[in-house]
Design a protein around this ligand. Sequence first.
Ligand SMILES: [Zn+2]
Ligand SMILES: [Zn+2]
Length: 343
Amino acid sequence: MRAAIFDKPGQPLRLTELDDPEPGPGEAILRVRACGICGSDLHATVEGGIARQGGVLGHEVAGEIHALGANPIGDWALGDRVFVVSQFSCGECGWCLIDQAHNCEQLKFFGALGSDQPDGAYADFLRVRTNDLIAVPDEITLETAALIEPLATGLMLVREAGLGIGDRVLVMGGGPIGLSTVLWARFFGARRVVMTEMVPHRLSLGTTMGATDVVDVSGGIDAKQAVTDVLGAPPDIVIECVGRPGMLDQAIDIVRHGGTVIAGGVCMQPDSVSHVDAYFKEPTVRFPATYTKAENEFIMEMVAAGRVDPTPLLSHTITLDELPAAFEALRTPTDQCKVVVSP
Ligand SMILES: [Zn+2]
Ligand SMILES: [Zn+2]
């Protein structure tokens, strides 16, 4: 099969031929039909990132069951359309045994550092555990199903923010995660959702996804003043979805006294925060990283029922051959939002 290998930081992914994977007990082989390019993959492949050299990334994946190993978990058949919940718990530790697999101390991720980490879906085929699969209903295309993963990340950020009905929320950054965070903040009862962003195309997507207000922060405007002006007061919750140095400090500066700040952007460098300013603010600051299978199932149901529509996030579909160049192009913001690879 074809697969896109990560060799080392600074080099584009490399397409190569690998042996077709074989399913072990409890496993399935998927024919990959859609795999979103995630900002976390871009971050993982820079110097100091968590991508495994020689490994295959790609975790926002939907496809069809191509082969099944012995004793699958679930009533699966060849050809079934499925989505993969792509954070893999061990199933055996204390957390896993009390049904809190997202807290598992040995979570695995596609293409991550460590020789025991599985290869991901920037490939024709993908080996998965059958207990990590969710069926994709007929009314959802596999490209749309691949968007469940970034939606799950946005849902996780809103869950950890402890959103109250009527809250004022600021989402900093309008990439796929910022936009899905906007969607869920509004869905779960935020009275106002402001999204800040610099790219015009993403500002208009913010409105499409449910922001009550968008603020263009290009050209050095004072974001704190602009957001407070729009809301009439500082936000109760700030969800940071950019991940550049200085953003977390700015989020703490903008949130109201005693408010909540969520670090959703993945900043790859150590990032300083003014402790003195934070003490005066007394915010709760959280760094959530994991979602649950139940959350992914909930999202699948909401999309199938037409209660939420992630399709505006999908901007381009490309082939595996086009992936290495497209992956590099995404390192600088363009008019693209979510790019999905359809091998
Ligand atoms: Zn992702
Ligand atoms: Zn575990």
